[in-house]
Design a protein around this ligand. Structure first.
Ligand SMILES: NC(=O)c1ccc[n+]([C@@H]2O[C@H](COP(=O)([O-])OP(=O)(O)OC[C@H]3O[C@@H](n4cnc5c(N)ncnc54)[C@H](O)[C@@H]3O)[C@@H](O)[C@H]2O)c1
Length: 360
């Protein structure tokens, strides 16, 4: 199903973007909970918004916090997790302990920090989730129930990512459209289909401003959180350290991936998009960056590490990867709110190698 948007809607989204650039210029930095922010009233509420990020110490959270703080002011973005933060994280802006299983505490954070938008990142990812299904059910489903209820009570915008793992063996794999069969075989995938459906239900029934993107595997120089696409990050660390890597997927396993700056860019675009740019029947969009196999990644990396040695020993994660899309069809995101990725495989490999070489 191709869900195209009339031209005027796309133009209106560009107008919103330029209006926002002006709004940002007038934002001020304030203490958490204080009323000193400059409020720029528009159709969508006060500007800049105050944002709470849950599960913020994982692979995606601190980069998003950094970019959002540039846009909305340091103290308007509250990072949270159940882990103890580093001194660097504490120095960068507000941080709070927040267990998504503790709904009373979530309410208190939203009230005390005067939160407008929630970015809900807390989750157990695919490989970790399969090892502890009970905990995955608790964090990914019960924790999410708490979050949607809090967003409903306080009228908050909610961004919660979904994943390529929300598709399964009966979904078309290349390309995988936005609207198709979703019968995943992991608890992670099942919980993310639940995220999509419950978010949409709360949107239609209660007007909760729920937005979601199905992210591919996210690549970054920093450590990933236990997913099936993590090989594409581990390989850089191991090759730089030892010259070798043992890959847990077959060399011909094609999966959709995205580089962290592109993932953060997509998140901010979806978070800030004017409500009118979304298709009336879509709250969840596919996002595609680059699809490649381990063999293609190795070929690109050989430009920097000509002697690198890679062996392939597929483990239980291969069975998960075999049920996932090879390429996501993100035509609708590109048409509706002008999504585009900036990094192809060579550009991404070059940047990760440069970053990791500097830090080792
Ligand atoms: N990284 C990827 O490749 C990828 C791909 C698709 C979708 N996503 C989604 O993006 C989001 C962020 O992913 P990530 O890679 O940063 O994950 P991650 O595993 O690196 O981080 C998740 C964070 O959740 C926290 N957490 C666990 N239990 C919690 C609880 N009870 N309360 C609060 N926090 C808790 C963990 O401490 C951790 O810091 C997730 O929802 C994930 O499903 C990630």
């Amino acid at each position: 199903m191709q869900l195209m948007k009339p031209l005027w809607r796309r133009i209106s989204s560009q107008l919103v973007v330029s209006f926002r650039s002006q709004s940002r210029a007038s934002s001020t930095i304030s203490d958490p909970g204080s009323s000193t922010r400059t409020l720029v009233s528009n159709a969508e509420g006060d500007w800049p918004p105050r944002v709470l990020i849950t599960g913020g110490l994982g692979q995606l959270g601190s980069n998003l916090a950094k970019e959002l703080r540039k846009r909305y002011g340091v103290n308007n973005v509250v990072l949270s997790d159940i882990m103890k933060p580093t001194q660097k994280i504490l120095a960068n802006g507000p941080y709070a302990y927040a267990d998504v299983l503790d709904v009373k505490h979530l309410h208190s954070l939203v009230v005390n920090y005067n939160i407008d938008w929630v970015v809900h990142f807390s989750a157990l990812l695919s490989a970790i989730g399969e090892k502890d299904v009970t905990r995955a059910l608790k964090v990914n489903i019960e924790g999410y129930h708490n979050i949607v209820e809090v967003c409903k009570s306080h009228n908050l915008r909610l961004f919660c990512p979904s994943t390529i793992g929300a598709f399964g063996p009966s979904s078309p794999r290349n390309p995988t459209p936005d609207v198709t069969i979703q019968r995943p075989r992991t608890i992670y995938g099942v919980s993310k289909v639940h995220v999509e459906l419950l978010g949409e239900y709360y949107y239609y029934k209660y007007g909760v401003d729920f937005r979601s993107l199905r992210f591919p595997g996210v690549l970054s120089a920093g450590a990933p959180g236990g997913g099936t696409t993590d090989y594409a990050v581990h390989i850089f660390h191991d090759v730089i350290r030892t010259g070798e890597y043992k890959c847990f997927l077959r060399e011909d396993t094609r999966l959709p991936m995205i580089y962290l700056p592109d993932c953060t860019k997509a998140t901010i675009m979806a978070l800030e998009a004017h409500p009118s740019v979304f298709h009336p029947e879509m709250r969840t969009y596919n996002i595609q960056g680059i699809s490649f196999t381990p063999a293609e990644l190795v070929e690109e990396m050989r430009k920097y590490f000509p002697n690198m040695k890679v062996t392939y020993e597929p483990d239980e994660r291969q069975a998960i990867a075999d049920t996932w899309p090879e390429v996501l069809d993100d035509t609708n995101a590109r048409a509706d709110w002008n999504w585009s990725h900036d990094y192809d495989l060579p550009k991404m490999v070059k940047e990760i190698v440069e970053k990791l070489s500097k830090s080792t």
